[in-house]
Every structure is written in C-alpha cells, then in structure tokens.
Design a protein around this ligand. Structure first.
Ligand SMILES: [Ca+2]
Length: 166
C-alpha cells in the first residue's frame, strides 16, 4: 500500500518537472530605450508585438541582470517592469498576467511609496552587475522591458507532451 502511494507521488513529481522544464517555451526579455510613462510603455510593448515584462523568479531576475549591462548606479538609470498597486495600495501585482508578486527583489527600504505617489515598479542598478526593484511615480518617463516567448522547433512535440503527460 505504502509503495503504491509513494509510486504515485513520484509520478506526479516527474510529470510536474516535464511540464515546467520541458513544455514551457523559453522567455526572452527585450529592452526599449524609448523613454515613456509606465502605461504608455505597457501599451508600446504590445504594439511591438511583445508582452510587457514580468519577473516571476530569481532566474528571470538574473536574466535581466545579464541583459542590462550598466556602468551607472541609481534609480534614474532604471527600466519599467510592469507591476503596479494602483488597484490596491497594499498589494502589488503584475499588470499583464494578473499574478501576485510571489517573487520580488526590492532594494533596501523599498517599496516606500515616497510622498504617497509611487505605484509602479522599476528595476534599477544598485551596484556593478546587480539590479533591484523600486516603486516610482507612474508618470516618470523611463526606458522599459518587454518580453516574449521563443517558439521552439519542437514546439508541436512539446504541445503533444503537454496533452499526454500533463
Ligand atoms: Ca520608491
């Protein structure tokens, strides 16, 4: 009986790994150096044919760090990422997907809602090679990040695996 339960648990774990590691197409981030407010930037990502960028994991945060080579430190050298708390001042969420911030990487003391006027998130250089998150007024004009999912050559196979395995 116990063996049967353990075998079923292992099967579920294995299928979860297939789904996460094998079926999800890789995400790529894209930088736009056009400076605009948060909402215009959000729309512009879509006009480019991309999604507004979201950072859901430490691995994705590191991807962004590798992408944004920088020499200068400070929030004025940051990029919009698309989380906001405009709906609920106590809770940030990703505007495109509607997901909560299950992962975050805020700079020390942030988000501070400075002058009760900060509801949109940026990622900015805090030291050489490292980025952190900060809340800012949504009207500030800043470069921004978009994202897209790469379609792999074997995506049809991947879709078939998802139907049969997941
Ligand atoms: Ca802030």
């Amino acid at each position: 009986m116990l063996h049967k339960v353990l075998r079923n648990v292992l099967l579920i774990l294995t299928l979860s790994i297939v789904y996460i590691g094998g079926c999800k197409p890789p995400k790529t981030y894209v930088v736009s150096n056009d400076r605009m407010g948060f909402h215009n930037a959000f729309i512009t990502c879509r006009q480019y044919g991309f999604e507004p960028a979201e950072i859901h994991t430490i691995e994705e945060h590191i991807m962004v760090e590798k992408l944004l080579k920088h020499e200068k430190v400070g929030y004025e050298h940051g990029f919009w990422i698309f989380a906001t708390n405009l709906d609920d001042k106590h809770s940030y969420y990703w505007l495109n997907s509607g997901r909560g911030l299950f992962y975050s990487n805020f700079s020390r003391g942030q988000p501070d809602n400075y002058k009760d006027n900060e509801s949109c998130l940026q990622v900015f250089p805090v030291s050489s090679g490292h980025l952190a998150w900060n809340d800012l007024p949504c009207s500030l004009k800043m470069p921004f990040l978009c994202q897209h999912y790469q379609k792999e050559k074997n995506q049809e196979t991947c879709e078939e695996n998802r139907v049969s395995n997941c």
